[in-house]
Write a protein that binds this ligand. Structure first.
Ligand SMILES: Cc1ncc(COP(=O)(O)O)c(C=O)c1O
Length: 365
């Protein structure tokens, strides 16, 4: 039996591919490979999505987190509140600026940062200068409540929207609530490039300016370093052209992703549930089921031709390379959920037959 993959990046439709090939030919003709008109157009298009905020396209989502933390003034000795179940991207960026992650437990029904746990942590840990709220799996976190907790204490709020491009809360896009937001255009993302890319979205022009300097060697003017710790992090014109095409299809593709996950949700049996929502708070980046019998379900789904994965199998405070670098943490909900999550196939190019096959396999668990 043919196995349905978790994702299949080879299913770009022919007209999109033709548009991209035309744009690439244009880029080659002009010989303008970086910081050209496609990058400018992409930044403008994204700015329109984020209520007119300033957008700087950078090399990838990991750099975007690093640059955002640096640009808002996070440095050695500062604490950065984050969750431990979101793949470690924020923890890695915090360590890279010399700060330390401080782990906050999650709500097991949503897998997102728990507001109550964050409040407690902010009261207990005065070193916390920033909170990074990752809208995990494409599901918006409790951004309004977390924003007001941060505002009361003068703590910076960064939204990591790598997985939640297009999601909204009360009609406003996630990424437009915090002081800064970060994006990743890794190919599997809802807004995915044909390579690496990322962006930083800033509410404050001074933060935008600082991100721009830090992403371009720390230069104030050409060849003059005015900010230490600068890096080289730029998107290339070809990726920007791909993303302009992809952006035009994003909302429709998010609708398709949401519809796929809604089918799965309707097929849940026993104690199983999906970490999803049927409103626009969710854009179906990953279809993650919670199950009390993961090993058994993996086998039964594989026998029914359904691939599965785990996002993510190791909590940040248990990563072997970070032992001694990140604080020990008592995170009962995080630990509980990590043993029970299972990712199911979900991508806009899935055929109706494939969705039916996965849904039937879930219904028979
Ligand atoms: C939530 C989250 N943040 C950050 C990143 C890092 O992005 P990149 O792979 O573009 O560096 C990713 C994914 O890769 C992600 O899923």
């Amino acid at each position: 039996m043919a196995q349905i993959p978790l994702n299949d990046l080879s299913r770009t439709d022919a007209s999109t591919a033709a548009n991209i090939l035309r744009a690439v030919a244009d880029i080659i003709d002009r010989g303008s490979f970086l910081k050209g008109r496609f990058t400018t157009a992409l930044e403008q298009r994204l700015s329109d999505r984020f209520e007119g905020r300033s957008v700087l396209a950078v090399g990838n989502g990991t750099d975007a987190l690093y640059l955002a933390l640096r640009a808002v003034g996070i440095e050695a000795g500062h604490g950065v509140a984050t969750v431990a179940n979101a793949g470690g991207y924020t923890s890695g960026a915090a360590l890279r600026v010399g700060a330390h992650p401080i782990f906050v437990d999650i709500d097991p029904l949503t897998a997102q940062m728990s507001c109550e746990a964050l409040q407690q942590m902010l009261d207990d840990q005065p070193s916390i200068k920033a909170v990074v709220l990752t809208h995990l799996y494409g599901l918006a976190g409790e951004v309004q409540a977390i924003k007001s907790l941060c505002a009361q204490r003068g703590v910076i709020l960064i939204e990591d929207c790598a997985q939640s491009m297009g999601a909204s809360v009360d009609g406003r896009p996630v990424g437009a609530f915090g002081d800064v937001a970060t994006l990743s255009f890794y190919p599997t993302k809802n807004l995915g490039a044909f390579g690496d890319g990322g962006a930083v979205v800033s509410a404050n022009p001074q933060v935008h300016q600082r991100v721009a300097q830090l992403a371009q060697y720390g230069w104030g003017t050409r060849y003059e370093v005015t900010v230490p710790g600068g890096i080289n992090s730029r998107i290339d014109e070809i990726q920007a052209a791909v993303l302009l095409e992809a952006e035009a299809e994003l909302d429709e593709q998010n609708e398709r992703r949401r519809a796929i996950v809604a089918r799965y949700a309707s097929a849940m049996t026993g104690q199983r549930y999906m970490l999803s929502d049927d409103s626009t708070k969710y854009v179906g980046h990953l279809a993650v089921m919670v199950t009390h019998d993961r090993a058994g379900d993996v086998d039964r789904l594989a026998a029914a031709g359904v691939s599965t994965g785990i996002h993510y199998p190791i909590a940040d405070h248990r990563q072997p390379g970070w032992l001694g670098l990140v604080p020990a943490a008592d995170l009962p909900n995080t630990d509980w959920l990590i043993d029970r999550i299972l990712t199911l196939p979900c991508f806009p190019g899935m055929s109706d037959d494939e969705v039916d096959q996965v849904t039937a396999a879930l219904a028979s668990l």
